[in-house]
Design a protein around this ligand. Structure first.
Ligand code: BYC
Length: 320
């Protein structure tokens, strides 16, 4: 832990050494301003992604093809809300309020994952999201369980356990479709065609174009680079697609004997940046729904605040 009384530049050195030694940083500890700022940015964007991420799948709750599928989907979407709450709570330990984080999302200052700006056109998309999006999330998030910031690392342990269930249900759904009628198999293939590249892009820009990676890795917030995690996901997903007997939509996909990894064709980074900047196929709709939900919930927040004030007043009266 860093000694408060140390000179400012000594503190930064002590902090780097503490983190380099694989120690956890806790909310009451001294930390560089940039470290806290990076965490608030990443954790709040992660939380926003979980909340906005409820929309594409929520779209299918009323149309799930069976009671079993509907119960699973309901549970999954509720889990995402829970993930958002753990993550907002983790970010709040860094002295940023939930109101401020929400305001930054509404104003467009804070981002959320590009993946959730794509539409869910068929039931197979629910399977593709579970298999690929939650699959990518696990690859990205397991290392975050070892993040140097204690509250984020601890929140991620539970999130990852739940993501693992989500990924399996998605794969199982894709398996059912790909072993079904020719129409069902075609639906599974079509969903893979549309979700593959956005899932590959989820890991963020390539390392040479990722402004935050070097510092975040030095601070052990991120444990692996965007490209390393992307490759891990691709290697895993290729085998899974083979097991499903559906084709990854990349004519240049090729196993590289030298590296032992699958090489892909060009990733369309122009599309990625356009989506990140708010020009995805569903960007407007996602934010409009989020704003509406936020405004519709204003009375609940006001009622809860008024109730808390009354309880406080009652407790003070009893204590007096
Ligand atoms: N989409 O320097 P970089 C889920 C931004 S939730 C949008 O590499 P960093 C799930 C990045 O923010 C999935 N923006 O940044 C939920 C930065 O912009 P700012 C969410 C992206 O932070 C429901 C700029 O590009 N997962 O799994 O070092 C249902 C430069 O990038 C994206 C997380 O949030 C993107 N894909 O690395 C199912 C995981 N990628 O902030 C599933 C936690 C990059 O300077 N986050 N940007 O304005 C992370 O691991 C890292 O923040 C990232 C980016 C790897 C995403």
């Amino acid at each position: 832990m860093v000694h408060e009384a140390s000179a400012p530049d000594e503190r930064a050195e002590q902090f780097d050494a503490w983190v380099a030694d694989e120690n956890k940083v806790e909310p009451q500890d001294w930390m560089p301003e940039g470290y806290a700022k990076t965490l608030v940015r990443q954790i709040s964007q992660h939380a926003h992604s979980e909340i906005i991420g409820m929309q594409p799948e929520g779209n299918w709750i009323t149309r799930a093809p069976s009671l079993r599928r509907k119960a699973i989907l309901l549970a999954k979407v509720q889990d995402e809300a829970g993930h958002g709450l753990y993550l907002y709570s983790a970010a709040e330990t860094l002295n940023v309020s939930r109101d401020q984080m929400e305001a930054d999302l509404m104003s467009g200052k804070a981002k959320y994952s590009s993946i959730f700006n794509y539409p869910t056109l068929t039931w197979a998309d629910v399977g593709a999201i579970g298999w690929l999006v939650d699959g990518a999330a696990i690859v990205n998030q397991i290392p975050l369980c070892r993040c140097s910031y204690g509250p984020y690392a601890r929140a991620m342990i539970r999130v990852c356990k739940e993501e693992s269930f989500h990924q399996r249900q998605g794969f199982e759904l894709m398996m059912a479709l790909s072993q079904g009628t020719p129409e069902q198999k075609a639906m599974a293939q079509d969903a893979l065609n549309r979700w593959w590249w956005p899932a590959v892009q989820m890991f963020g820009p390539p390392d040479h174009d990722s402004p935050h990676s070097a510092q975040s890795m030095a601070w052990k917030i991120k444990r692996f680079s965007n490209d390393d995690l992307r490759q891990k996901f691709i290697d895993m997903a290729v085998k899974q697609a083979q097991a499903l007997h559906i084709e990854i939509p990349d004519p240049d996909l090729k196993f590289n004997e030298e590296t032992g990894h699958w090489d892909t064709g060009e990733i369309n980074w122009d599309e990625f940046w356009a989506v990140v900047k708010g020009h995805g196929p569903c960007s407007r709709e996602r934010m409009a729904n989020r704003r509406k939900a936020h405004n519709d919930g204003a009375w609940v927040r006001e009622a809860a605040t008024a109730f808390a004030a009354k309880e406080r007043a009652r407790a003070e009266k009893v204590a007096a």
